[in-house]
Design a protein around this ligand. Structure first.
Ligand code: G1P
Length: 318
């Protein structure tokens, strides 16, 4: 049974997950395997997002996919035959693993025919929202933000201050050109969150040159947006990279007086969008895995020691 908005713990019914990208940084793997299905230890990134959305209390995952990325949705299917075979062999733990994705949340797909940008992708999700949904959550599956309660904190800020709330994290000045960057001002807050963690956003700019960046606080792939974002998305023009940018629609709303705040994330973040972030994420999760952790720890230490000895020898022989 569908819940009405009031009964949802954080007011969020639908989480939008843009997953239509080509995954060029993971070629050749992504010739046949969508980036969102690459595993962190044994679980695809998209299932980790589904888990976070379910933990927030959402009931629907609106997955924006490209026409040739049907496997992403298949991951949320039932797999009855596989479950029966595993059950007949007494592999109950594996049955749970197979069934988990479909039990976490109801996934629905929205097809983005052309890669016109993140803003365009998010805009397509309007078609699957119910009329009573006045807030839309967006989670970018490239970003793992841990622990998984950051959206709940953002929902609390939205409840206290209204408007839209985004998650931010601090990067070095050389890294800002990869992100949406915030122009912020401090605010007094009675929120139960520490005041240093909540700031008002005066403006937002997508992937600026470091010299033009208004701060080093950047968007971390978690958004709690007022429904009027769809109206703003219809009014923006192509921006950075010739694409329709979500950042530009948020900036438009700010300039027209819509309140936007950030919650500065103090936990961990992994970037699953490229191998240099994906491999550390696997190491981090792998080290903590109850079954594989000890072996991974031993192997990782050995690999590092060998690597350092090699580099040392090379440095001496040069
Ligand atoms: C997107 C957003 C950017 C945000 C980033 C977070 O960029 O456009 O504003 O900071 O995600 O990962 P992308 O990494 O998809 O280029």
């Amino acid at each position: 049974m569908q819940k009405s908005n009031e009964t949802l713990a954080n007011g969020v019914k639908t989480v939008v997950v843009p997953a239509a990208g080509m995954g060029t940084r993971f070629l050749p793997a992504t010739k046949t395997v969508p980036k969102e299905l690459l595993p962190v230890v044994d679980t695809p990134g998209i299932e980790l997002i589904a888990e976070e959305a379910s933990q927030l209390g959402a009931e629907r995952l609106a997955v924006i996919t490209a026409p040739d990325k049907g496997e992403v949705m298949r991951h949320f299917g039932a797999f009855d035959e596989l479950c029966e075979t595993l059950a007949a062999r007494g592999k109950d733990e594996q049955v749970q693993k197979v069934a988990r994705a479909s039990q976490l949340i109801t996934a629905v797909s929205v097809t983005q025919d052309k890669p016109l940008g993140l803003g365009h992708a998010v805009g397509l999700a309007e078609a699957v929202l119910d009329d009573d949904e006045d807030v839309v959550a967006v989670m970018l599956p490239d970003d793992l933000v841990l622990p998984g309660d950051v959206m709940a904190k953002m929902a609390q800020v939205r409840q206290e201050l209204g408007g839209s709330v985004l998650c931010a994290f601090e990067v070095s000045p050389e890294e800002v050109f990869n992100y949406g960057v915030f122009d912020i001002e401090e605010i007094p807050t009675d929120s139960s969150l520490p005041s240093s963690a909540v700031k008002r956003v005066r403006g937002m700019v997508e992937k600026p040159d470091p010299a033009d960046a208004p701060s080093t606080l950047v968007a971390a792939g978690r958004y709690l947006l007022d429904r009027e974002i769809f109206e703003a998305l219809r009014r923006i023009k192509p921006g950075k990279g010739g694409e329709l940018q979500l950042t530009d629609a948020i900036e438009l709303m700010i300039q027209e007086g819509h309140p936007v705040h950030i919650v500065v994330h103090s936990g961990k973040r992994h970037d699953l969008g490229n191998p240099a972030g994906y491999i550390p994420a696997n190491l981090d999760f792998g080290l903590r895995h109850p079954q594989y952790g000890p072996a991974i720890y031993k192997a990782a230490k050995q690999i590092l020691a060998d690597f350092e000895a090699e580099s040392h020898n090379t440095a001496i022989s040069e």
